[in-house]
Design a protein around this ligand. Structure first.
Ligand code: DX5
Ligand code: ZN
Length: 217
């Protein structure tokens, strides 16, 4: 079962509630929330306050992607605000096992993220401990960038490692996902697709979600 996680980074923030309901009714599986601090990435976006405001308006799991330095300092705040999944970048964690344990101790699912140029080898030691691996298919920071095709073999690599070890981890991709690239990702082994501009830049979000799904089979 392939899950679709619209990224609210491309939503209309003056009408965020409406834009979240729109994708929920349009068949989304998660709401992907991009948290940026202006240090780890060159952009500043959402804090726990927005996650807390969004929590009561949707039944969908909130998939919180932390693109921040020192994520440990904010994990409890995001969990308390209502995150269901919290993902941290391997490039931002000095003590990755400690950080992943910290996320789990808050009662939420834990994900680890790698940038396009970071090798899969960097997350092998943590694979047994995470619920999800997120492979960035753009360099994080902005919506609407072009998909980096060199990540496709990395998706395959994570999928076969998970299979070898009998792990049922989710494999998520994020960045430049549209109906064409979604198919490439799913064929490589991804099962959670983040899409920002491919959904929110379309007038009919339900149609945008269906056209991603219908291109997969
Ligand atoms: C990029 C963010 C993505 C972004 C994806 O830094 O992590 O979640 O919103 O946007 P699109 O789908 O437009 O590439
Ligand atoms: Zn993201």
């Amino acid at each position: 079962m392939i899950k679709i996680a619209p990224s609210i980074l491309s939503a209309d923030f003056a009408n965020l509630g409406k834009d979240i309901l729109d994708v929920e009714q349009g068949g989304a599986d998660y709401i992907h929330i991009d948290v940026m601090d202006g240090h780890f990435v060159p952009n500043i976006t959402i804090g726990p306050l927005i996650v807390e405001a969004v929590r009561p308006i949707t039944k969908l799991p909130l998939d919180v992607h932390l693109m921040i330095e020192n994520p440990d300092a904010y994990i409890a705040d995001f969990a308390k605000a209502g995150a269901d999944i919290i993902s941290v970048h391997v490039e931002a964690c000095r003590h990755l096992h400690r950080t992943i344990q910290h996320i789990k101790s808050q009662g939420v699912k834990a994900g680890v993220v790698i940038n396009p140029a970071t090798p899969v080898e960097s997350i092998i030691p943590i694979l047994n401990d995470v619920d999800m691996v997120l492979l960035m298919t753009v360099n994080p920071g902005f919506g609407g960038q072009a998909f980096i095709h060199d990540v496709l073999p990395k998706i395959k690599q994570v999928a076969s490692l998970a299979e070898e070890r009998g792990l049922s981890i989710d494999i998520e991709v994020d960045g430049g996902v549209n109906p064409e690239t979604a198919k490439l990702c799913v064929d490589a082994g991804a099962n959670v697709l983040v899409a920002g501009s491919a959904i929110y830049n379309k007038e009919d979000r339900k149609q945008a979600i269906s056209s991603i799904r219908s291109n997969l089979s």
